[in-house]
Design a protein around this ligand. Structure first.
Ligand SMILES: Cc1cc2nc3c(=O)[nH]c(=O)nc-3n(C[C@H](O)[C@H](O)[C@H](O)COP(=O)(O)OP(=O)(O)OC[C@H]3O[C@@H](n4cnc5c(N)ncnc54)[C@H](O)[C@@H]3O)c2cc1C
Length: 457
């Protein structure tokens, strides 16, 4: 491994890759727009403990805490809330984002990675179809390989030539516009569920949470449609009505940030280029969590790069990153993305009905307490279980058709995922990517008016 590796943007996946590569003697440089201590947002976040282990990143032990059980609220004033039971071994890493960034930066620095801060990447430098560097506000940086860890709006991914088959932009329902803020906590309020998640609360597709901490209250409001200041005002007022502990003073945060919530990018690599983290849409899309997957992908990518002993770093030699990513993470992430598409088709009444009829139930809520629990539950549910659930809303035809779409989608998606080419071939990869992308495009338009054969039930 002789080549020069440039990590564009200090995203979590890029930092994990920098750590592993530098530890193994690679020449790695991270280019980051912010100053060192200004990386990351002013908020704490939860990252699954096992993601650190799977990413081979030392666990920041002082931030390991027991998971807070989530309570699902429909917010229609009628449907009772349903609370998750967190398993005995249900621990997570709850860490301030800035602290996590510093932790990963320090690990990579100690391993020997170079960092250049305050440098804004503008576009890729492409010569003869190969990415061979980046243009920044401080000039050009050339490298044998560029890892795109610039996040959802990466100026690299967006400027790649179309012939590389790497999707450059995101569709409406693939982006969650997310407001996060911490407010004061009113004293002497009655005890409440500590972590309430409201779905479809304002009648449009979206969610919000209210987490009641010792010192403050943590509010998140996420919408697929354009987020407005009115969303904050109206939602906070409604939340206050039901949760008197939510105070008036904004303590920190209060920004809207976009999260990619969709299936991972269909093609992750090109000659001299690999995308990682939010830049490659690697989130657990029904929750919008992406730190864990990004770090895990960092380890997979570093291994692929280290195995390229001749330092070719072509789409061909980098392809095993894509194959192993999809085996270890992408397959589950793609199935979970179906859950997100399904959610975008539901109404408040639908969710209330699903809870009332025990179709969304305690078992499902508990399954969401672990990273792969929900996928395991859905894929292991036998036909009889699905049939039994379907019978409970036989007469609700519109909702029945929406729900029936999910097993049909899974049945269509699994063979696509298993047909990912093991070896790189430009035409075969393009064919596969078209199949994968077209499948998600097609299910976006599947709706309740679809006629589903009654025989299927
Ligand atoms: C409100 C909110 C809450 C969230 N909560 C969680 C959670 O609890 N758990 C979880 O796992 N995930 C959570 N996420 C999602 C998570 O933040 C992302 O999925 C995760 O950060 C992975 O993205 P990334 O590291 O690839 O990119 P980012 O975190 O976006 O990092 C990109 C980096 O690249 C730098 N950069 C960007 N553009 C340029 C440029 N032009 N030049 C140079 N540098 C550049 C940025 O400064 C940044 O350092 C949350 C997101 C939001 C918005």
């Amino acid at each position: 491994m002789n080549g020069k590796i440039l990590i564009a943007g200090g995203g979590h996946g890029g930092l994990a890759a920098a750590y592993h590569l530098a530890k193994n003697g690679a020449d790695v440089t991270v280019l980051e727009a912010n100053s060192r201590f200004n990386m990351g947002w002013n908020q704490p976040d939860s990252v699954n403990l096992n993601c650190f282990e799977l990413a081979d990143i030392p666990v920041p032990l002082s931030y390991v805490v027991k998971r807070t059980p989530i309570t699902l609220c429909v917010g229609d004033g009628v449907t009772p809330n349903i609370s998750q039971v967190v398993p005995e071994d249900g621990y997570t890493v709850m860490i301030e984002r800035k602290v996590l960034c510093q932790y990963l930066v320090q690990l990579a620095m100690d391993a020997g990675a170079n960092f250049i801060f305050n440098t804004k990447i503008e576009q890729p430098i492409i010569l003869g179809g190969r990415v061979c560097g980046v243009q920044t506000d401080k000039g050009a940086f050339y490298a044998d390989m560029v890892i795109d860890s610039c996040g959802i709006n990466s100026p690299l991914r967006r400027a790649l030539p179309a012939k590389l088959h790497i999707e450059r932009t995101l569709e409406g329902y693939d982006v969650l516009h997310t407001y996060r803020a911490f407010y004061s906590k009113n004293p002497d309020c009655p005890p409440t569920e500590p972590y309430k998640v409201y779905v479809f609360e304002d009648g449009t597709v979206g969610m919000q949470w209210l987490i009641t901490n010792e010192e403050d209250t943590d509010v998140l409001i996420a919408r697929f449609r354009e987020y407005t200041d009115a969303d904050t005002v109206i939602t906070i007022e409604k939340m206050k009505h039901e949760n008197p502990q939510l105070g008036d003073t904004l303590l920190r945060g209060g920004h809207v940030v976009d999260i990619p919530v969709r299936q991972p990018l269909s093609v992750l690599v090109a000659d001299g280029y690999a995308a990682i983290g939010d830049s490659a849409f690697m989130t657990y899309s029904v929750k919008g969590s992406g730190v864990g997957y990004a770090m895990q992908a960092g380890k997979i990518l570093a291994k692929t790069i280290m195995e390229d002993t001749e330092s070719f770093y072509t789409a061909n030699t980098l392809w095993s990153y894509q194959v192993n990513f999809f085996k270890e993470i992408g397959k589950n992430a793609s199935i979970i993305a179906l859950g997100k598409v399904f959610m975008t088709k539901l109404t408040t009444q639908d969710v209330a009905f699903l809870l009332k009829e025990d179709i969304i139930n305690q078992k499902m809520m508990d399954a969401t307490a672990t990273e792969n629990g929900l996928v395991e539950l859905i894929t292991q549910a036998g036909v009889s279980v699905i049939k039994d659930k379907m019978m409970r809303f036989f007469d609700n035809k519109e909702l029945r058709n929406k729900v029936l779409n999910v097993p049909i989608w899974i049945a269509k998606l699994l063979p696509i995922l298993s047909s990912l080419p093991e070896k790189y071939d430009r035409d075969e990869v393009k064919k596969w990517a078209d199949k994968y992308d077209n499948f998600y495009d097609s299910i976006r338009s599947d709706n309740a008016e679809n006629v589903i054969d009654e025989e299927l039930i």
